[in-house]
Design a protein. Structure first.
Length: 323
């Protein structure tokens, strides 16, 4: 493995400015070279880190605002690009989830050098966190699963999995849709799918997603990959009864991709889990409300590691009191 490079970057949307916020570098896990974003001090022995996983067509950058908040609290945390996304090596042909399983397992083992890790995952990252938690041999202290797909999904997710033929036909058209048209459509659709309020969408984060769809053919390729993933999700959760670590299920009321009913279903399948329902959040609450997400992760980590948390935002305190 190569050492993490000491590139210091400010996190877009963060309240912080100036000092070291996010340390960016590269490592290899399970034969996949990837980018790592890291904040906080080296954990004391037995305290462990937060390890954050992103969703489909996303990258570790989705966690930057929350990482900045965690850095302010002195919480050690890392976010990685999953294979096939961000700056990570591409996925190989064949089953996607098996490759992601091997990658996540090695990430968990590597960052457990100071103690068991706490996994936090959004969307596909939530799926991978749950699958990792089913493996008792992995050093995991607890899991926060946010909007994991494959339980009770929206009509859009079901349509992608059910009707792959139009995607293949479209990709074979002799006159493909011009790239600027594809990008314009992506710029219209992405904020509506990821955010609770599209008006609050951050331009830089939207550009990250639309950059994945530079032309018509690449768009159909991504959608065909999504179809494969939806098919694999049908058998992705067969070992949920093997989860023994603390599990917090986060369901989002304004999620247009994975309905809140999916969170309730997951909560029912893992009886010892806890369910948190936030009506005002969309599919990527780390973009909607990074301060609250950072507090949520901090307090969950403190609870499973039996540590006293270092701070709590006034907004989360008020919501906790009301709940």
């Amino acid at each position: 493995m190569t050492a993490v490079q000491r590139e210091i970057e400010a996190a877009p949307g963060s309240r912080l400015a100036g000092p070291e916020v996010v340390r960016a570098g590269h490592r290899s896990f399970a034969g996949v070279r990837t980018r790592v974003l890291e904040v906080g001090p080296k954990p004391k022995r037995g305290t462990g880190r937060l390890v954050l996983l992103h969703g489909y067509c996303d990258s570790a950058d989705t966690w930057r605002p929350a990482l900045a908040e965690l850095a302010a609290a002195g919480i050690p945390a890392v976010a990685v690009d999953l294979p096939g996304f961000g700056e990570a090596d591409p996925l190989r042909p064949g089953a996607m989830l098996a490759q992601l399983d091997a990658f996540v397992a090695e990430v968990v083992r590597f960052y457990s050098d100071r103690g068991k890790v706490v996994l936090g995952g959004n969307s596909l990252g939530g799926t991978m966190s749950l699958r990792a938690a089913c493996r008792e041999e992995l050093p995991i202290a607890g899991v926060v699963s946010i909007a994991a797909p494959g339980f009770v999904d929206s009509w859009l997710v079901r349509t992608v999995g059910k009707y792959p033929l139009p995607l293949r036909l479209a990709a074979s058209l002799p006159l493909p849709v011009p790239g600027f048209v594809v990008r314009t459509i992506a710029e219209f659709v992405v904020p509506r799918l990821l955010y609770a309020d599209r008006a609050a969408a951050d331009v830089a984060h939207v550009a990250r997603f639309t950059g994945l769809f530079p032309d018509f053919r690449s768009t159909t390729t991504r959608l065909d990959q999504a179809r494969q993933l939806v098919a694999e999700l049908a058998e992705a959760y067969e070992g949920l009864d093997g989860i023994s670590v603390p599990l917090l299920v986060v369901a989002c009321g304004k999620d247009r991709l994975v309905t809140a009913a999916a969170g309730r279903r997951l909560h029912a399948l893992v009886p010892h889990s806890r369910l948190m329902m936030r009506e005002e959040w969309g599919h990527c609450p780390q973009l909607d409300d990074p301060v609250a997400i950072a507090d949520l992760l901090s307090y969950f980590r403190a609870g499973v590691l039996h540590k006293k948390p270092r701070r709590r935002s006034a907004a989360l305190t008020q919501k906790a009191a009301a709940g």
